[in-house]
Design a protein around this ligand. Structure first.
Ligand code: ADP
Ligand code: ASP
Ligand code: MG
Length: 598
């Protein structure tokens, strides 16, 4: 007998007819002999309407009361859903988050799940009932109702599937699967038959609104197979599964975060502790940072730039200004009109020239790239918001995403679940704790920086097209926020290729009036895990031990599954020790060179 969790989003339960149709799906499963748990969102735009209602009372409602209010949306829909199941002649019991025993921390509006009790659920399932669980909500240790953040019903569903050891979690929504990019933005987008956890995690956290990113954290941590499909029409949907089962493609999808803001702290003294001071203050304010870019800098000073969601700009700018003054930085600038376009693919790490392709496409569309960061399986470019849709179109086309990869299955394959959760889960106190799997040192990289480049479309494209032609495997790429019309691009390559990479950089620099700085050996430290970016303060936990060890950070990039820093070659071992200790990893490990360059 299989256990299945089915989740129905707001549009799937928008009116009584749709609730009845969804209930029929759950009943069909139950009649086929499965144990069925249903997770339901609030009807239609109910949550938006409640937010709006609160706004008519006060512009700044208390977070606790907001959660009390918003949780009612799901309470309505679970009761109606249970009635619909009864009407079909079956047993069903609706439960709120607190009745299930979904314990969370006390951060109202963005609570994280600590534990879920399964006794009540199991008893009801054993007794032959379909359990109808309210999505998006829980209860803290003081009995207050909490919510998990907008879109959080996905997370409830996957978390329940995890604790019940369910055979699969089916997400029913208004699209028939995961697409190569949001089909509402780009009609040429195509449904994928499968996608790897890491890819979905990056896409979701980089802006693809189809899944709540934290739901994929659970899926990956606990090995839950997730299927995304349409509520309204039959079809194969998309399977989200572990990387060894998904198809490696240089890019599987393109995500857009439309409402980003960029902040730069200018001319910060380039010494250990500067980044720590900034990011610990931001973490203390509960602000999750997105792209972090620190330029290599000149004359002992560097600029530190990062992005935050537009809504957090005012607060993040105020914190940055305070820290900038303390550090003796020149000042703080910001820009509220930017958007981030990202290409994501697990096959990226094994192919040359991927970055070149993306930047060429942006340049050909006349789009200027304002900042670049990369991760093992993603490349993100910051562009003007006005260019956002054109940028998505250009990148999507550059990777040929509108046509299927030869040999790609169009049916989602049936998948044998892997019920054994990662070893790392055993070290966690709360189910949603940050899960750091490993920290490794790679001492085989060289760093090349182009300084003083003109800030015009096509510069990054030329640099990485040249690098691709020279057969260079480029790993990390960072382009800092341009200042005074000049840009700076840094990248790492295997140390064995350092001379060739420098020669390529010199040729480009000569043609553009730029200069080159190279360091033939640097140390790269990589922290891998789950939830790295979404936990405010991880960057800070990285900077603090390095600061205490007196180690300066030359370059950093972050993603949802990995955080990389470059430090001086001679400091690699000490940095490794400090970081492994800080993240509770066994001493003495982590010395293998990183598996594969990007
Ligand atoms: P639900 O209410 O069922 O949770 P959401 O509105 O949260 O549904 O998510 C579904 C929407 O996500 C789709 O209608 C689509 O516009 C959007 N979306 C964004 N990126 C993607 C993508 N890569 N694939 C599919 N849908 C996407
Ligand atoms: N109803 C909540 C929201 O609209 C949760 C969800 O639908 O996932 O954000
Ligand atoms: Mg949703």
């Amino acid at each position: 007998m299989a256990t299945v969790v089915q989740k129905f989003g707001g549009t799937s339960v928008a009116d009584p007819q749709k609730i009845k149709a969804a209930a029929a799906k759950a009943v069909a499963r139950h009649e086929a002999g499965d144990r069925v748990v249903v997770v339901v969102s609030a009807m239609g735009h109910q949550t938006d309407q409640l937010v709006e209602l609160a706004g008519q009372i006060t512009p700044r409602p208390s977070a606790r009361e907001m959660d009390m209010l918003l949780s009612t949306g799901e309470q309505v829909s679970v009761a109606l859903f249970a009635m619909a199941v009864h009407a079909l002649g079956h047993q069903a019991v609706s439960l709120t988050g607190s009745q299930i025993g979904i314990r969370t921390d006390s951060r109202h509006g963005r609570a994280r799940i600590k534990s879920i009790s399964t006794e009540q659920l199991q008893n009801l399932l054993d007794g032959g009932s379909i359990v109808i669980a309210a999505g998006f909500q829980g209860i803290d240790q003081h009995g207050n109702i909490t919510t998990l953040g907008r879109g959080g019903s996905d997370t409830t569903a996957v978390a329940l599937a995890a604790v019940l050891g369910a055979d699969r979690c089916e997400i029913y929504t208004d699209v028939d699967g995961i697409y190569t990019t949001d089909p509402r933005i780009l009609p040429a987008a195509r449904r994928l038959s499968s996608i790897a956890y890491d890819e979905m995690l990056e896409l979701a956290s980089l802006g693809a609104g189809v899944m709540h990113p934290r739901s994929i954290e659970f899926a990956k941590k606990f090995g839950v197979p997730v299927m995304v499909r349409s509520s309204f029409k039959e079809g194969p949907g998309t399977m989200i599964l572990s990387a060894d089962r998904a198809k490696p493609r240089p890019a599987s999808g393109v995500a857009l975060a439309k409402d980003e803001a960029r902040i730069t702290v200018e001319s910060v003294p380039d010494q250990p502790g500067s980044s720590h001071a900034l990011f610990s203050a931001l973490a203390a304010a509960g602000i999750a940072i997105d792209m972090i870019v620190q330029n290599v800098g000149q004359a002992g000073r560097a600029d530190i730039s990062f992005t935050v969601p537009s809504d957090d700009l005012a607060q993040a700018a105020a914190v940055s200004e305070r820290v900038a003054a303390e550090l003796g930085a020149a000042g703080v600038s910001h820009d509220d009109g930017v958007a981030k376009v990202s290409a994501v693919g697990v096959g990226m790490a094994h192919e040359e020239g991927v970055a070149g392709r993306m930047f060429r496409a942006l340049a050909d569309a006349g789009i200027n790239v304002r900042m670049i960061t990369t991760g093992e399986i993603k490349i993100s470019a910051l562009v003007d918001r006005a260019d956002a849709a054109a940028a998505v179109r250009a990148v999507h086309a550059a990777f040929g995403l509108e046509t299927p990869t030869p040999g790609e299955a169009t049916e989602a394959e049936d998948h044998v679940p892997n019920p054994s959760p990662l070893e790392v889960v055993r070290r966690l106190e709360g189910m949603e704790d940050l899960a750091v799997e490993d920290c490794v040192l790679d001492s085989s990289q060289a760093l090349v920086t182009l300084l003083d480049l003109p800030d015009t479309p096509g510069v990054a494209a030329d640099v990485f097209a040249e690098a691709g032609r020279a057969g260079l495997f480029v790993d990390m790429i960072v382009q800092s926020h341009p200042r005074d019309g000049r840009a700076e691009i840094s990248f790492t390559v295997p140390a064995a290729d350092a001379e060739r990479a420098t020669a390529v950089a010199r040729a480009i620099a000569a043609a553009r009036g730029a200069t080159v700085a190279d360091v033939p050996h640097v140390a790269k430290l990589s922290i891998t895990g789950v939830g790295i970016r979404s936990h405010a303060g991880v960057a800070d936990r990285l900077f603090q031990p390095l600061t205490e060890a007196g180690i300066n950070i030359d370059l950093v990039n972050t993603s949802e599954v990995r955080l990389n820093v470059i430090v001086a070659a001679g400091q690699g071992e000490r940095a490794l020790k400090a970081l492994r200790k800080a993240f509770g990893l066994p001493a003495g490990g982590g010395r293998e060179p990183a598996a594969s360059p990007a």
